[in-house]
Write a protein that binds this ligand. Structure first.
Ligand SMILES: [Zn+2]
Length: 402
């Protein structure tokens, strides 16, 4: 047994002061230090520096590790030119080494991320995801816009799913990602969703990221028309916005972005119990605008997306950017919502037994240290976001990794 002591503990009821947490692989009890010490006299005591805060380990619900070697190769500023640059750099995934992906996991770890959702395009990230200390929801991605290739695409996809299933464990969970409405043929979508239902796999899909995607799936024109014509000889969208959203009607899905969704689209998705990953830096860099998260009624997470559209996987960098980009929202409410968006909310979305400091949850902790005493306990979320670059200590399943 261990007893972790810090000035502040973040819980769903706010920041507790003067308490400690007893844990082994899971959390056993949260109480006064003296009470815990009496209860567990042989426990190892872990102290933290003054002004430290214990958070549940953070969760980054959407990342693409296979693009971890991009720094200056892709074109930023607007979605379709960026997508063309990804298509032109198809060897990027092959060139991305195990070490590149390990470094990416390490960067997340040092910023407090103890669980992440990895979108796997090729399966090249499987080994890294099974060896990293973090919990991983491994989303095998399916895409392919041509009907005549759908059988081959599905067979390759199934092989990747089966490979990843062999690694399912307490720390690794196989899941499915449908790339997007513009890239995935309805035949593939239906097969993948029916597999997800049968095997109880979590589902994720990019949706309504750019204005160009919206124009294409709503009206069949815009920049995507030229792109699809030029690269694939396709002149009309394979899914409409409505038909795509309806495919997911009875399978709650973690949609990514929605930065170009209308209020009606969002209300529809909310009515079907879906959730969304908000990737503010990625959306900014690809010219996709910003999702108004403070007005959402559906659960939303904050995620970094991959290094194909970001400069770091440090979750605190993402939270700071989000604070700046949502410039008119109440600062303190936003800071509190942002902390929820990387803890309790994504834990529910990804069905992980962590994300809150509560008895019986996994002992996944991220400990940060504020540079000075907070002037008010209610403001700790803001100070933590503004001042943290690296965490002080980090535990996953009761084991220390930072
Ligand atoms: Zn993505």
């Amino acid at each position: 047994m261990n007893i972790l002591v810090a000035d502040f503990i973040y819980t769903n009821e706010g920041y507790l002061q003067g308490k400690a947490v007893a844990f082994d692989e899971t959390i056993q009890k949260i109480d006064d230090f003296d009470i815990l010490k009496n209860l567990y006299p042989n426990a190892k005591i872990i102290n933290t520096p003054k002004n430290s805060v214990i958070y549940p380990g953070f969760i980054n619900s959407h990342v693409h590790l296979e693009f971890s070697n991009n720094k200056t190769s892709l074109e930023y500023g607007s979605f379709v030119p960026w997508l063309k640059s990804v298509i032109k750099n198809t060897d990027m995934i092959q060139k991305c080494t195990t070490n590149d992906m390990k470094r990416a996991c390490e960067e997340m770890l040092k910023s407090g991320v103890t669980s992440f959702g990895a979108i796997s395009s090729n399966g090249n990230d499987l080994q890294v995801c099974t060896e990293t200390p973090q919990r991983v929801v491994f989303f095998n991605e399916i895409l392919g816009s041509k009907e005549e290739n759908s059988e081959v695409s599905y067979d390759l996809f199934i092989k990747r799913v089966e490979n990843s299933l062999q690694h399912n464990s307490q720390k690794f969970k196989t899941a499915i990602s449908i790339h997007s409405p513009y890239s995935t043929h309805p035949i593939l979508i239906r097969k993948a969703i029916s597999l997800a239902k049968k095997k109880k796999f979590l589902l994720s899909a990019h949706l309504l990221e750019s204005k160009a995607e919206k124009e294409w799936i709503e009206e069949g024109n815009g920049e995507f028309y030229n792109l699809y014509n030029e690269f694939f000889g396709i002149t009309k969208p394979i899914n409409t916005k409505q038909s795509f959203m309806q495919e997911f009607n009875d399978t709650p899905t973690h949609f990514i972005h929605l930065s170009s969704a209308t209020l009606e689209d969002i209300a529809y998705l909310e009515s079907k119990n879906h959730s969304v990953a908000h990737c503010p830096r990625s959306n900014r860099l690809l010219g996709c605008g910003i999702l108004d998260v403070c007005k959402l009624n559906m659960p939303w997470s904050t995620a970094t997306d991959g290094l194909s559209s970001n400069w770091s996987l440090n979750i605190f960098d993402e939270l700071r950017a989000s604070l700046m980009l949502h410039a008119t929202d109440d600062l303190h409410n936003l800071a509190d919502s942002l902390i929820k968006s990387i803890t309790s909310v994504p834990a529910k979305i990804l069905d992980l037994n962590c994300g809150v400091i509560e008895v019986e949850k996994f002992a996944d902790f991220t400990i940060i240290t504020l540079p000075d005493s907070p002037n008010a306990v209610e403001e700790i979320s803001l100070w933590a976001i503004l001042h943290t670059k690296q965490v002080n200590q980090l535990y996953i399943g009761g084991n220390r990794y930072v």
